[in-house]
Write a protein that binds this ligand. Structure first.
Ligand code: NAG
Ligand code: NAG
Ligand code: NAG
Length: 221
């Protein structure tokens, strides 16, 4: 059985020969984007096809991703309906060479809000693109809080304005428990209220123009 570091060395060394496992039909650009339910967990995988990127659903809450530089991608597993009461446990490995992060990620409607609780990040701290709202302490760890507004792109039909909320853990980690409600409450205290209707809520690995891999297993704590 290939170890994570061997797999990573392999992708860094010889991407073009990497045999692509697939949740759909294999393509040269990697695993095609898709969402669905796998082994009791919701998953979401999106790639802009600009890099060789592979996403594989493992048992229960496990997923593995490996990617080369050149594009944007986002993949992860969790729940099709988010909850403010959920405590999310996760463990795994995250390797990167550039701009990438691991986060609790989700959406609400009414109003439309996109949110991140970032547990680990690469060369770019996602708080940097936001309007800072101070910091909070959750489970003994300090997170920087910020928000920004998505500006609709004229090139995307139906694209709309919405707020994006961020907590970013100062002390990065790749395993732990995240009390989602503690973040939602702290955000609300700063005037950042998530919507009343929860869309999906997953543990995500995302990359922008980086090279890397992650192997994460998520569960309800
Ligand atoms: C990824 O994690 C799972 C669960 O811990 C493990 O079974 C698997 O071997 C790991 N994959 C690699 C490539 O290390
Ligand atoms: C990626 O390629 C697939 C298959 O050709 C296509 O359906 C999908 O729209 C592409 N995604 C983007 C973001 O261009
Ligand atoms: C923002 O980015 C700069 C330059 O990379 C870095 O020095 C700074 O620490 C970052 N700010 C935060 C809040 O992480």
């Amino acid at each position: 059985m290939a170890s994570f570091s061997i797999l990573l060395a392999f992708v860094f060394a010889s991407v073009s020969t990497y045999a692509t496992p697939s949740i759909g039909s294999a393509q040269r650009a990697g695993t095609p984007s898709s969402t669905g339910i796998h082994d009791g967990f919701f998953y979401s995988w999106w790639t802009d096809n600009a890099s060789q990127a592979t996403y594989v659903n493992g048992d229960k809450g496990n997923f593995e991703m490996i990617w080369t530089s050149g594009g944007s991608l986002s993949g992860g597993k969790g729940w099709s309906v988010g909850a403010g009461s959920r405590v999310i446990a996760y463990r795994g490995q995250f390797e990167y060479n550039g701009n990438a992060h691991v986060a609790v990620y989700g959406w609400t409607k009414n109003p439309l809000v996109e949110y991140y609780i970032v547990e680990n990040f690469g060369t770019y701290n996602p708080i940097n693109g936001t309007t800072a709202q101070g910091s909070i302490t959750v489970d003994g760890a300090v997170y920087d809080v910020g928000k920004d507004v998505h500006i609709p792109l004229p090139t995307i039909p139906g694209d709309q304005t919405f707020e994006r909320f961020f907590s970013v853990r100062q002390n990065k980690r790749s395993s732990g428990r995240v009390d989602v409600g503690a973040h939602f409450r702290a955000w609300a205290d700063a005037g950042m209220k998530v919507g009343t209707d929860h869309d999906y809520q997953i543990m995500v690995c995302e990359s922008y123009l980086s090279m890397g891999a992650c192997n994460i297993t998520v569960s309800a704590a």
